[in-house]
Design a protein around this ligand. Structure first.
Ligand SMILES: Cc1cc2nc3c(=O)[nH]c(=O)nc-3n(C[C@H](O)[C@H](O)[C@H](O)COP(=O)(O)OP(=O)(O)OC[C@H]3O[C@@H](n4cnc5c(N)ncnc54)[C@H](O)[C@@H]3O)c2cc1C
Length: 804
């Protein structure tokens, strides 16, 4: 065995094999994969090998397509067959909501370049004669996907990597990992020690244990999973082509042809966690005992929906474990605080996702950038809130919903509440309907007294629509209060703080008493943050950004190596906040503070540390609604007092509560993009319009060269807001934007603009087409709607209300 390597990959399942191949392909030939047993001996060998491009996140769909397309390449390079059956996929809908969801997939697929079509049930039956169509109301067909041979595919990756110079040691168990002062690792195995610059945790069923080796608790857990293989089906005898792999959402069933029989699997509602505390060391190439009694009711649904399957015997049953993260997407990337340690685990669809994970991780390691937006599979989307108990509640929930289509207005119930702000109960009393963001409960909208504080999951307008309208009008017409505790908050202090921030952020760092909008770029010049910086003193800054990106941004700050005289601290649990917005917000706040809030004395983006009633607070004149507004930050112990006093003070002024839904509507009326939805690491300053906040005169900041190059060449595409005609449902995200029958761009977010009376869609179109009044079409739930670009915000285009 080699005694040193540039990178050591722990685990020889399909994911480790793909990472090995991609590292070798990118030029890292001195890489070593260590596998404690035979390759594939964890969860890989018994997988059903299904592969498809379906994922709720468009970027992951794209990587799934990459994975499936890659198999021909590794077959050629290695001479090893992947056992491909590229017979495509069918998705069946039994309810109106499922049908809407299939139509949304179709709309998205056009821009993603995937061949997808809504087809009739009789066409579906032609592709899979085993379907009893009486149970369904619609079907979607997609050309991509099919199934492969799990073992052949893993060996093809490994052989292709070996051809490029990579090494593999089987029957070599990693026992411990010891960091060395230079950031490299001592990898102790049962066959000796290997020195490695980087280690990658691809340990699948043992990813949790390989996390423990470096003191981290990864949110990953295994579930038992059953599938059956039937005896030969007379219905398939003599057919030349295999039936198309079929997913039955209502039945929570997937099925495909296996030789002359069928393979049928289910994601049952009360799934069983496997090895909840520790994965056994001696579990190798093993299956688990079948539990037919528990599974029978669910397979029976399958036998009703595909009756031929119930008429033959079962040839083989498989129950095997595989791992999930709390939201079902993989955990990929570097881990804050652990140098040169990478993860690629919790991969529940290794044959659809393994290739894409290898691609982005190898780029990330070799080029310091995954090369595209992968926020939805970044390990940093989870923070300290994702404890083992949280994971143990969320993973079974996710498993039970594997084939449930997530509605855009749906909030999942498991592990709630985890984090509560000090005014949580008060907001509930005020009718708040809560969502969870980074584990923290936050108000989405407020049910008026006497109405039900709940909402029907739908792709269309829900019962909350008129309520959100009233909240928007209440803000624009008077004053509203919104809790901002769920924003990401960081304190940066110390003598070197300003100089360090100057390098990390692309904007001018504000002077004491001022706040600045602060884009943050990666070295490739793409947006990794759209935050605000408030300068409280020359050596004290309060930074605010998206709550969901808290760990992502903390990791970014850590990777940006603050020097010894800079202290970066998360204020997630030490600062709470509210936003007051609307033309009467000044009047309200002036009742509670002695500083002069008049337009000239306390201008837009002014910052003060002052008392607001009984509360010492940081007060900024800022907000996200486009109205006159303020954000007030204080510590949790004062927060209920602040809230109570604001409410008392606002009582005579018609103060209303508003939630996240209203905020989404108000910000789109002002054409403000939001990090996570509209601004992500795929986009550049010129494309997003955030270039207007960049201080190009600064000699040095992350991403400067790329941003300058883009400024010289001009952006390729632009973020625009469009009015959508005749819509009775709003866009959700990633629908294709069409012109003359071609997909030219895609949607990033949408909302109804209640105060401008229009359905609004935000997204990216080619820069040359981003003109005032340019006309496009957007497919919303199967119907084409005209969409017209509005370059100026639809509400208060001159910003008079904001500055008033
Ligand atoms: C019944 C069933 C059906 C499935 N069907 C499908 C399907 O149709 N399509 C699909 O895409 N996915 C399917 N899956 C999921 C698929 O199996 C996983 O996505 C995939 O196997 C994950 O691969 P991995 O490499 O991450 O993990 P694993 O296969 O678990 O590999 C991890 C490897 O790491 C090694 N290892 C662990 N610790 C150490 C150590 N300390 N030192 C050295 N080596 C170590 C292990 O021995 C193991 O070989 C199915 C799973 C099951 C159980």
């Amino acid at each position: 065995m080699k005694d040193s390597a540039r990178a050591v990959i722990i685990g020889g399942g399909v994911v480790g094999a793909s990472v090995l191949y991609h590292l070798a392909k990118i030029g890292w030939r001195d890489v070593l994969l260590l596998e404690r047993s035979e390759l594939t001996s964890g969860s890989t060998w018994h997988a059903a090998g299904g592969m498809h491009t379906f994922n709720g996140e468009a970027n992951i769909s794209r990587l799934q397509k990459y994975t499936i397309d890659l198999y021909r390449e590794i077959e050629q390079l290695s001479g090893q067959s992947c056992g491909l059956h590229p017979n495509g996929g069918l998705m069946l809908a039994a309810t109106a909501g499922e049908l809407d969801s299939l139509k949304l997939i179709c709309s998205r697929a056009r821009y993603l370049g995937m061949e997808t079509e809504m087809i009739s049930l009789s066409e579906a039956q032609g592709l899979n004669p085993l379907i009893d169509t009486s149970h369904f109301i619609g079907a979607l067909w997609r050309a991509d996907g099919g199934h492969c041979d799990p073992s052949g595919t893993t060996h093809a990756y490994v052989k292709a990597a070996q051809q490029l110079g990579a090494s593999v040691e089987r029957f070599t168990r990693v026992l411990s990992l010891t960091p060395r002062p230079d950031g490299s690792w001592e990898v102790l195995t049962d066959k000796g020690t290997v020195l490695a610059e980087h280690v990658i945790n691809c340990a699948g069923l043992w990813a949790r244990e390989v996390g423990h080796m470096v003191g981290i608790e990864l949110p990953v857990l295994a579930m038992e999973h059953h599938y059956l293989i039937t005896e030969d089906l007379p219905e398939l005898a003599g057919r030349e082509r295999e039936i198309v792999n079929t997913t039955d959402y209502a039945g929570e069933i997937y099925m495909r042809q296996e030789r002359r029989g069928a393979l049928i699997g289910t994601y049952e509602p009360h799934g069983v966690v496997w090895a909840p505390v520790k994965t056994p060391d001696d579990f190798t190439m093993q299956l688990l005992p079948e539990d037919f009694e528990r599974l029978a009711p669910y397979f029976e649904v399958g036998f009703r929906h595909f009756p031929a399957l119930g008429r033959v015997g079962i040839r083989k049953a498989v129950n095997g474990p595989f791992t999930f993260a709390p939201d079902g997407n993989p955990l990929v990337g570097p881990v804050r605080g652990v140098r040169n340690y990478w993860v690629a685990c919790a991969v529940m669809a290794g044959f659809s996702q393994g290739g894409g994970i290898g691609l982005v991780l190898s780029r990330w390691m070799a080029e310091n950038d995954p090369g595209q937006d992968i926020l939805s599979m970044d390990v940093a989307r989870f923070g300290a809130f994702a404890t083992p108990k949280y994971t143990s509640l969320k993973v079974p929930e996710n498993y039970s919903r594997r084939f449930r289509l997530a509605y855009p207005n749906e909030e999942l119930a498991a592990a709630r509440p985890v984090r509560r702000s000090p005014i949580y109960e008060r907001l509930l009393e005020a009718g708040a309907v809560m969502g969870a963001n980074f584990g923290l409960e936050n108000a989405l909208w407020f049910a008026p007294a006497g109405t039900r504080a709940a909402e029907t999951p739908t792709y269309r307008r829900s019962e909350a629509f008129p309520i959100v309208r009233a909240e928007c009008q209440g803000v624009r017409g008077g004053v509203g209060i919104y809790e901002t505790t769920n924003y990401g908050k960081y304190e940066v202090t110390g003598r070197g703080a300003r100089a360090w921030l100057d390098r990390v952020f692309a904007c001018r760092i504000p002077k004491p008493g001022r706040l600045g909008l602060a884009p943050m770029l990666n070295p490739a010049g793409r947006i990794v943050g759209d935050l605000s910086i408030a300068c409280l003193a020359e050596d004290r800054f309060l930074i605010v950004g998206s709550g969901f990106a808290e760990e992502f941004h903390l990791r970014w700050f850590w990777l940006s190596a603050p020097p010894a005289d800079v202290f970066v601290r998360s204020a997630a649990s030490t600062l709470c906040g509210v936003s007051l917005a609307g033309p009467r917000s000044r009047e309200l706040l002036q009742r509670m503070t002695r500083i002069d809030l008049s337009a000239q004395a306390f201008r837009l983006f002014q910052v003060a540390e002052t008392a607001v009633g009984l509360t010492p607070a940081v007060l900024t004149r800022a907000g996200f609604t486009g109205e006159l507004g303020y954000e007030i930050w204080t510590t949790p112990d004062y927060f209920p007092t602040l809230y109570d006093e604001l409410r008392e003070s606002g009582a005579g002024l018609g103060l209303i509560h508003f939630g996240g839904r209203a905020l989404s509507s108000l910000r789109l009326e002002k054409a403000y993009g939001s990090f996570n939805k509209d601004f992500r690491p795929d986009y550049t300053p010129g494309e997003t319009g955030l270039d207007r906040y960049i201080d190009f005169s600064k000699p040095d900041f992350a991403g400067r060269a790329a941003a300058l190059a883009e400024r010289a060449a001009g952006p390729r595409r632009r973020f625009v807001v469009m009015e959508v005609a005749d819509a009775d449902a709003e866009v959700v995200g990633y629908e294709s934007i069409m012109q003359d029958g071609a997909a030219v761009g895609y949607v990033t977010s949408g909302a109804y603009g209640h105060c401008v009376g229009k359905s609004l869609a935000a997204g990216y179109v080619p820069a040359a087409l981003a003109r005032e009044g340019a006309r496009f079409e957007i497919d919303i739930l199967g119907e084409m709607h005209a969409a017209t670009v509005r370059l100026e915000p639809l509400y208060d285009p001159k910003g008079l209300r904001l500055r008033g």
